[in-house]
Write a protein that binds this ligand. Structure first.
Ligand SMILES: O=P(O)(O)O[C@H]1O[C@H](CO)[C@@H](O)[C@H]1O
Ligand SMILES: [Mn+2]
Ligand SMILES: [Mn+2]
Length: 390
């Protein structure tokens, strides 16, 4: 029985899509611009797998002998966020964009939220999640008011100091917000953003973040795998992104390296089906912070773990590495960027050096996973399994 190890390197896009300008993004290229800023970047294992051989990735020195299959995928869905990216890669297209709130949330929503939670809201505007703590953290410590903010993404984010508003209360508030933000006001995610620290300039967010997604509109490939009585193990925020749908077991992680550790732990166990990991630090700690050096180092740190991941593979395992959108740290603002995503496939049964070219949709990846595991195909996506198998 084959098993798939599917690792999402969150936000590691590989260049603008033909329609990126429509999303406010010109000349964006997350990986490309990091490499151009730091040409000394060391990602030999990703290069060995074939990332530098992807069409358009000429900012990297490709290898003559890639050990994996490689390509890039465009996004058919109307969006550039995590939910949209992950749902598309598992076979669900988001054709009507999720609702965004560029000017903050309307008064009726805030009034209802305040009356149901018993706490007063401050901020209520689009913001960077770290800047908003400097702006309102001390106020929250004095008053117990709750910080609500959004972004260019479809998100209702609630920041709460862990020592002022207990985690359980924050999570409860998120559930209340989730109930309010349905129907016409359905945002893709409510996000709990707990943090700690004494004063302005010293606040840090903790790994107790939780995302409250909508249920995917249609069955995803995860549902199809689960229905075939195989395991679907979510590592990191995978469980949250699918609101638990199609997941049989899940573990949250503290950071990227913990995510790799947990993935390897599961790889060593006797399971069958899918291990599905999201490594979010690239996005949340570096992309949104426009921290190009931090992003570069995070890529190097991940790259160093690839041999260990490969060594933990059983003979029939297939490894897939891809992104879910871009978050170019050299670009203006603090939001995601609409980009192609790189995709790399590796395994003993996978043809070395096969060029998968430019695929229409992220959904091709999920369709391939379904095909490999021999479960029902998702509604969208063209499997490239027959192209890659030896
Ligand atoms: O600035 P922070 O709080 O990291 O928030 C970012 O994280 C959210 C989820 O990716 C995005 O919508 C963006 O708002
Ligand atoms: Mn993401
Ligand atoms: Mn993000």
């Amino acid at each position: 029985m084959k098993r798939v190890i599917w690792i999402v390197i969150d936000s590691v896009g590989i260049g603008a899509l033909p329609d990126s300008e429509k999303f406010g993004d010109t000349n964006v290229n997350t990986l490309g611009n990091i490499v151009k800023t730091y040409p000394d970047i060391k990602i030999p294992n990703l290069i060995n797998l074939g990332i530098g051989n992807i069409e358009g990735a000429d900012f990297l020195q490709g290898t003559k002998t890639p050990i994996g299959a490689f390509g890039k995928c465009g996004e058919l869905s109307q969006g550039k966020d995590t939910t949209t990216g992950h749902w598309e890669m598992t076979g669900v297209l988001v054709e009507t964009p999720f609702k965004t709130f560029e000017n903050g949330f309307p008064k009726e929503i805030i009034d209802e939220f305040e009356s149901k939670t018993g706490r007063k809201v401050v901020a209520n505007k689009p913001a960077s999640g770290t800047a908003i703590l400097d702006e309102y953290g001390e106020h929250q410590m004095k008053t117990g008011d709750v910080i609500v903010y959004t972004s260019a993404d479809s998100v209702f984010q609630i920041a709460a100091h862990e020592e002022i508003i207990p985690l359980e209360e924050l999570y409860k508030m998120c559930e209340i917000a989730r109930e309010i933000m349905m129907g016409d006001n359905a945002v893709a995610r409510i996000i709990a953003r707990p943090y700690i620290g004494e004063k302005k300039g010293c606040f840090t967010r903790t790994s107790n973040r939780r995302d409250y997604s909508l249920d995917p509109f249609e069955p995803t490939v995860l549902d199809n795998i689960k229905e075939s009585n195989l395991d679907v193990i979510g590592v990191g925020k995978i469980e949250d992104i699918f609101n638990g749908q199609g997941i049989t077991e899940a573990i949250h992680t503290h950071d990227n390296m913990d995510g790799v550790d947990q993935t390897i732990n599961y790889m060593k166990k006797d399971n069958k089906g899918l291990i599905f990991t999201n490594l979010v630090d690239f996005d949340s700690k570096y992309g949104h912070r426009r921290d190009t050096l931090g992003y570069k180092k995070a890529l190097e740190e991940f790259d160093l773990r690839i041999p260990e991941i490969i060594d933990s593979m059983k003979d029939e395992d297939i490894l897939i590495i891809n992104a879910d959108h871009g978050n170019d740290p050299t670009y203006k603002g603090t939001d995601h960027t609409r980009e192609y995503i790189p995709v790399i496939v590796y395994g003993k049964d996978v043809k070395e050096g096969l060029n998968l070219g430019i695929r229409d949709s992220f959904a091709d990846i999920g369709a391939t996973v379904a095909d490999i595991l021999n479960v029902k195909m998702p509604k969208h996506g063209k499997s490239f399994k027959t192209e890659i198998v030896k």
